[in-house]
Ligand binder design. Structure first.
Ligand code: SF4
Length: 232
């Protein structure tokens, strides 16, 4: 059994609906007004700036083809069963020792021609989150005023194209999350599994002390087993 899972699915569906009715035109106007231009500082490709690079299934497929060792289970596993096995909704990209993306080399992306969905749209986003005062509202630009150049002239057609891509990415992300939780609900019921917070915390503590853990990663509707051991 997974506590509150139906409520979580329903909240995500509600979020998806809100996203769908958000006007493309409004997002394009914000993109135009902000006029962001990348100055190639490379900071957005480090975990100091962005916690992790989450991959949609189509992006995971690309990485599996070009460099499968670059994949790691995304952090913040959603679930842990009574046997101490973790479940997470997808993969993310491995980082280097300094926290930069595995593909960042001398300030450039070495897989630029295969750029992943999130890397194509960054720094644009469209989801609701709390600001520093806790007020929940739509956020459209990540790290506003912390990187890049602003107020450059972006052609209207380009703003519309970015707005469209950003909405498509956010919709795909929410659909992926919903699909993962629905699958988990079914899987846990079928195999009589329970999500146990205490086991979750204990196993994570063991992992941090050097023990191996099993993490199932949701990819294309299946669960892929990853065995992880922290290098101490
Ligand atoms: S894949 Fe390339 S663009 Fe994306 S975070 Fe890594 S280095 Fe940056």
């Amino acid at each position: 059994m997974i506590p509150n899972i139906k409520r979580k699915i329903s909240e995500l569906k509600h979020e998806l609906h809100a996203l769908k009715v958000y006007s493309n035109e409004d997002l394009a106007n914000i993109i135009k007004e902000v006029g962001f231009k990348c100055d190639l500082c490379g900071r957005c490709c480090t975990n100091e700036f962005n916690d992790h690079v989450f991959l949609l299934d189509r992006d995971t497929t690309i990485i599996k083809e070009i460099e499968p060792t670059a994949l790691v289970p995304a952090p913040y596993y959603e679930l842990c069963d009574q046997y101490g096995r973790f479940y997470v909704c997808g993969y993310s990209l491995r980082t280097q020792h300094d926290g930069s993306c595995i593909f960042l080399e001398r300030g450039s992306c070495r897989i630029y021609n295969h750029r992943l969905t999130i890397c194509r749209i960054y720094p644009y986003m469209l989801h609701r989150e709390p600001d520093e005062k806790g007020i929940i509202d739509w956020r459209q630009i990540s790290g506003l005023n912390q990187h890049g150049i602003y107020h450059t002239d972006i052609p209207v057609e380009e703003c519309q194209r970015i707005a469209q891509l950003t909405k498509e990415y956010e919709e795909s992300f929410l659909l992926h999350e919903i699909s993962f939780l629905e699958r988990m609900n079914e899987f846990f019921s079928k195999h009589k599994l329970r999500h146990v917070r205490k086991v979750y915390n204990d196993r994570l503590q063991s992992y941090n002390s050097g023990a191996e853990i099993n993490v199932f990663v949701y990819y294309k509707g299946n669960l892929e087993l990853n065995k992880l051991k922290k290098i101490l």
